[in-house]
Design a protein around this ligand. Structure first.
Ligand SMILES: [Cu+2]
Length: 193
């Protein structure tokens, strides 16, 4: 007097579970792909075109200054970064700056005007007794096939007079202009250094 429905239904449930498992794997694979390298298009040595990666901004409050950092991967011909455009209404002005360690000069006029490279940072402090001095630059050279990092303590995109708060996790887009490559749209993520 035994029925055969129970083993059958159990088999069906087991089969459905396997299908769900496969679907979860597919979803997981899709998520993983977006965070990592996505094939040859992100190769830094691609000579065909200049690319900009890893752009991030320091958090900051309205009326403060902040900085944006990024990495430029040069194309087959030498180029230069000549300007940056921020989204409308993000800040009063923007410039390209270089921070250098200067053991002689007192606080520069530029630093007195708008404080340090990062929001809320004291303008001129550095371990070892040197002074950090920021100065505006007209352009940043990008060698053919080379890589240029805009990073804390060096070149940076100076954002002056934020008109709203930037908190970790915020994202916005900037346009980075190059002499040869032209305008390159770049996504920026706000995060702590
Ligand atoms: Cu600066």
């Amino acid at each position: 007097m035994q029925t055969t429905t129970r083993p059958d239904s159990r088999l069906t449930i087991g089969h459905a579970g396997a299908i769900i498992g496969v679907l979860l794997l597919l979803v997981a694979a899709g998520c993983g792909g977006s965070g990592g390298s996505s094939g040859t298009s992100t190769r830094s040595s691609d000579p065909a075109r200049l690319t900009v990666t890893g752009a991030w901004a320091r958090p900051g409050s309205a009326r403060e200054n902040t900085a944006i950092y990024l990495t430029i991967h040069g194309a087959g011909t030498a180029d230069s970064l000549v300007g940056v455009d921020l989204p409308t209404g993000l800040a009063d002005s923007v410039g390209i700056h270089e921070t250098t360690k200067d053991s002689h000069a007192p606080m520069s006029e530029q630093n007195r005007m708008h404080g340090g490279e990062g929001s809320g940072m004291p303008p001129t402090t550095m371990a070892g007794g040197g002074m950090l001095t920021m100065r505006p630059v007209d352009s940043i050279p990008v060698p053919a096939g080379g890589q240029v990092a805009l990073a804390p303590g060096g070149y940076h995109v100076m954002v002056m007079g934020l008109r709203r708060n930037l908190v970790p996790g915020d994202t916005f887009r900037i346009t980075v202009r190059f002499a040869h490559a032209g305008a390159v749209g770049v996504p920026v993520t706000v995060r702590k250094p």
